[in-house]
Ligand binder design. Sequence first.
Ligand code: AMP
Length: 205
Amino acid sequence: MNIIFLGPPGSGKGTQARKLAEEKDFLHLSTGQMLRDMQAEMPELKKIMDKGDLVDDDLLMNSLYEYLEKNNLKDKVIIDGSPRTLYQYENMIEWFKKNISPIEKVIFIKISEEEAVRRLSSRRTDKNTGIVYNLVTNPPPSGVKPEDLVQRADDNPESIKERYQVYHESTEPVVQAARKDGILHEIDGERPIDEIFEDIKALFK
Ligand code: AMP
């Protein structure tokens, strides 16, 4: 089985996807992180992503499929942050079915825009470990040095606004399609991390 995590920017989908991958021994694959890792070789990506726009559908999917094939991943993959367009959704559903194994669940973390924007402004990443914290809702433990905590280039007010617009226009139709296909599971994201995680785990009982 493979799983997709979807949600608006700041919904906490990455945190939950990582926790579930650890608990269930799945591979956690964030396409945002994959693309950030590609920026060194493709500087044009950084410009698009820092502004909050989506990268090209085919570039995203080819990179994702290449990664899955190269690492011989056939099952137990959690895709965090894709598909973000209806075209990606339809392509990924077919590709997974044909080439590895089906996508069985789309876990959608629901949150109000107001709460998500509030969270994004206090999101920080430990540049040494890549662990993502939130200064308000999920503060780093005492051993983490404040100077190691960095803010993502796209967590600024203009990019956040753009990412929301893109989300409404391009990604909300994916949520509707997954609902129509009967694979959508909606989770209330405006609660403490562990409470949300309990609900997600219950989907696998
Ligand atoms: P995320 O880490 O999921 O917030 O993604 C960060 C950025 O990566 C997004 O704002 C997009 O620019 C890009 N990105 C990630 N996944 C996709 C995707 N499926 N399609 C297009 N762009 C993506």
